[in-house]
Design a protein around this ligand. Structure first.
Ligand SMILES: [Zn+2]
Length: 153
């Protein structure tokens, strides 16, 4: 995606960040709602945080709104950074996934765990997806393995 602020194309995340300006008996909110790259996300986060901290508190309602904005901005920021990290991993050249007998050899030690998860009623395709991701095996191989355990349970 293309960043709404600097128009560079790289990993971006849609975020909404806010700040409050308290004026004793009135208040105003300012919002950024945009698709942002990592750099602009940081800039925007500090832009709003600084204003919340310095201009936010002045007024009874403002006091609470500012707290809310500060916390929700932090949550948004942390989640957006995590999201960017994941999309960067996806973009990186994929590590070759194990398949066939290799996959089986990797998955075998987890047979007990998988059986437990199946017994607890977890969705077989969720289990297979986790296995594939955690242990670097092809998802079709993980699926076949889980399926085989499910039918032999
Ligand atoms: Zn940007």
């Amino acid at each position: 995606m293309r960043c709404d602020h600097c128009s560079r194309s790289e990993a971006t995340v849609f975020v909404e960040l806010h700040h409050n300006i308290g004026m004793l008996f009135a208040r105003r909110s300012y919002t950024t709602a945009a698709e942002l790259c990592r750099k602009c996300l940081g800039k925007s986060f500090w832009h709003h945080t600084l204003r919340n901290l310095t201009l936010g508190w002045w007024g009874t309602i403002s006091f609470f709104v500012t707290w809310y904005y500060l916390l929700s901005n932090i949550v948004t920021y942390v989640q957006a950074r995590a999201e960017m990290g994941r999309s960067r991993q996806r973009a990186a050249p994929a590590v070759k996934e194990a398949r066939g007998a290799d996959a089986l050899r990797i998955l075998q030690p987890f047979e007990h765990n998988i059986r437990m998860q199946l017994r607890m009623g977890d969705d077989p395709s969720d289990i297979a997806r986790d296995m594939a991701r955690l242990h670097g095996v092809e998802s079709s191989a993980a699926q076949a393995f889980v399926e085989q355990l499910r039918t032999s349970a």
